[in-house]
Design a binder for this molecule. Structure first.
Ligand code: BTN
Length: 283
């Protein structure tokens, strides 16, 4: 699911203001990810600011947070819009990364697993390939956008962008979003402290990044967190659509789909439709 373009004024906004200085509570000096937090009331995209910060002293690992994005990006070049002061919009830049481009998916897997663990106090979530966080019912709570730059067959720069629906009520979401998404506040039936969410996300992300930079693959944990495994899907990939049952994730993090023509491993794609199979108990 992407957040489709709409004017911000179309959203009923239930902003929960946080004093700009309060975001610093989520920082941990000395840590690689989130040693400092840089807050902006409004930005184009936190991913763009995180990329620019990589050119500044101590820009690597700085958490860039915005209350509102005027040019927030989602996957597939879609816009990612959210009302001001309601959700968590954060990006962190890493440089150098030292991963081969074949392992770029480790970054998005690490971000998804970090967010999943961080958000667990508000509800149990799974990873819908490649890196959406969804409830057991498949409602989207968070999206992740990883952007990389490759040089000499190495990823030398990576931006990890995470958008979490925190205090956005489903009743306030446009229908096309509210029908497929929810928020932490909905799951908890209470307002949620966005600084606490950030603190937990940065803590888990720092650990995940440590792990992957030490060469530890996130694959096994991604497999056990996979929401699509066991479900009937239709996935758009490379200009065509494949329908079949997801049997798991391949060695390279691709989605393995058994379809009438055989077994396909999709390295990328967009899940268009999901249907539960009668008698199966998907994870
Ligand atoms: C998706 O599900 O399509 C990914 C959405 C990622 C949104 C986040 S919000 C913070 C960061 N800045 C952006 O412009 N995008 C990501």
């Amino acid at each position: 699911m992407g957040y489709h373009p709409r004017l911000h004024s179309e959203y009923p906004i239930a902003a929960m203001p946080i004093q700009p200085d309060a975001w610093a509570r989520a920082a941990r000096p000395g840590r690689r990810v989130g040693h400092t937090v840089e807050f902006h009331p409004e930005l184009g995209s936190t991913n763009d600011r995180a990329r620019a910060a990589l050119e500044e002293p101590a820009g690597e690992g700085r958490a860039i947070v915005a209350d509102l994005q005027s040019a927030g990006r989602g996957r597939f070049g879609r816009r990612w819009l959210a009302p001001a002061g309601v959700n968590l919009l954060v990006s962190v830049g890493l440089k150098p990364v030292g991963l081969s481009p074949e392992r770029a998916w480790w970054l998005s897997a690490a971000a998804a697993l970090a967010a999943r663990d961080a958000l667990a106090p508000w509800g149990s979530m799974a990873v819908r390939w490649p890196n959406d966080l969804v409830t057991a019912d498949g409602l989207k709570v968070a999206g992740i956008l990883v952007e990389t730059a490759v040089d000499d067959h190495q990823i030398h720069e990576a931006i990890l962008g995470i958008g979490v629906n925190v205090n956005w009520q489903r009743a306030d979401m446009p229908e096309d979003i509210g029908s497929v998404a929810t928020s932490l506040a909905e799951l908890a039936a209470a307002p949620v402290d966005r600084v606490e969410v950030l603190e937990r996300v940065l803590d888990r992300l720092d650990r995940e990044v440590d792990g992957l930079l030490s060469g530890i693959s996130p694959l096994q944990r991604l497999r056990s967190a996979s929401w699509l495994t066991g479900r009937d899907v239709e996935v758009r990939t490379a200009g065509s659509a494949i329908r079949g049952i997801v049997v798991g994730l391949g060695e390279d993090g691709g989605l393995e789909v058994r379809h009438p023509g055989g077994l396909a491993t999709l390295e990328w794609g967009e899940v268009l439709r999901v249907q539960e199979r009668a008698g199966t108990a998907p994870r």
